[in-house]
Design a protein around this ligand. Structure first.
Ligand SMILES: *[C@@H]1O[C@H](CO)[C@@H](O)[C@H](O)[C@H]1NC(C)=O
Ligand SMILES: *[C@@H]1O[C@H](CO)[C@@H](O)[C@H](O)[C@H]1NC(C)=O
Length: 309
């Protein structure tokens, strides 16, 4: 084993590592000519690399539709199971689900009314978007929207759940509005066969689907039921009315494709004569074959309490 060491044995070697070698005319070991060649090489090399990156970015942005979310369905955190939400939203507090209503106290019912109006204003002036207006369409089962069209939600015809009647909060017969969370591209699988309805569906809804709706096409809805959670709650809650009377979100609102000005369909649920002085537990549930329901994690349903004072 012999190790090879090199010692500066000549003048040439002495200049190694020096800025300038006057003997060979090199700077940092290269002649200006050599530096120019290597500089040119890197210039072209990085130039081509930059061009390649630019082309890739361009292709990427060409395939990106701003209306289509990049991550969808199972991959997204929200998942494919749409949740239900209700309005008005109880006081500032995120956790609270108690609607405490004093119909005889004007400050109180005006507060609930304002709360609802904040949410509903875009429904009373449909088509208003930041950039101006989009036309809305009065859709029906026979005339669903075509791509890009937005269906009107006819909240204006849902008397007495209207602002001029204070949504009946002043009469202790509050209207609660429900909406299904938006999931891009989600299409409900309807319970539209009256002879094939789930066991746990309330009889009232089964009868409604079977007897009140005679046109099969009009059974293509995400159905809604609101019931007291326990037998006592059922009794205290009393009569429940739904607006529109179809008792669901019509199928023609789906799928949601992020069209400009899209309005989520709503349903107003009115409790005509809830018992006063007691907290009533209410559960509203959305019915479609592809809405999973679990009482435990409240998926496919929403819970709130009603207290009439
Ligand atoms: C009326 O309602 C307001 C708002 O909820 C509340 O602050 C006020 O104490 C109520 N008045 C009475 C007399 O209960
Ligand atoms: C649905 O039918 C039931 C009984 O068949 C009836 O009592 C109820 O009023 C009907 N509801 C509507 C909205 O037509």
């Amino acid at each position: 084993m012999t190790a090879h060491y090199r010692y500066p044995s000549s003048k040439h070697d002495f200049y190694r590592g020096q800025w300038y070698n006057p003997e060979k005319g090199t700077y940092l070991g290269r002649t200006p000519d050599s530096w120019a060649k290597i500089g040119l090489f890197y210039l072209i090399f990085y130039g081509m690399l930059a061009a390649l990156v630019a082309i890739c970015m361009w292709v990427f942005f060409q395939t990106l539709d701003p209306r289509i979310p990049k991550w969808r369905d199972e991959e997204s955190i929200i998942g494919t199971n749409p949740g239900l939400g209700f309005r008005p939203m109880p006081d500032n507090n995120e956790e609270s689900t108690l609607i405490w209503l004093q119909g005889s106290n004007q400050t109180n019912y005006e507060k609930w009314k304002m709360n609802l109006m904040g949410f509903l204003s875009k429904y009373y002036t449909p088509g208003m978007i930041e950039k101006g207006n989009v036309p809305t369409k009065r859709c029906s089962y026979d005339e669903p929207p075509v791509r890009g069209q937005v269906c009107d939600v006819e909240v204006r015809s849902w008397e007495p759940c209207s602002p001029d009647r204070h949504f009946e909060y002043h009469r202790n017969a509050p209207c609660i509005f429900l909406k299904l969370n938006r999931i891009y591209g989600w299409v409900p699988e309807y319970y539209n066969d009256p002879n094939d309805l789930p066991e746990d569906m309330p009889q009232q809804l089964k009868d409604h689907i079977k007897y009140n709706i005679t046109r099969p096409l009009e059974r293509n809805n995400v159905w809604i039921t609101c019931v007291g959670e326990n037998p006592a709650d059922v009794e205290y809650l009393g009569t429940v009315k739904y607006y529109p009377s179809i008792q669901g979100f019509p199928g023609y609102y789906y799928p949601y494709l992020n069209s400009e000005g899209y309005l989520s369909p709503l349903i107003a649920v009115q409790f005509k004569r809830p018992r006063s002085g007691i907290v009533i537990n209410v559960e509203c549930r959305a019915w479609a074959k592809n809405i999973k329901y679990s009482r435990y994690d409240r998926s496919g349903s929403v819970h709130f309490e009603l207290l009439i004072d």
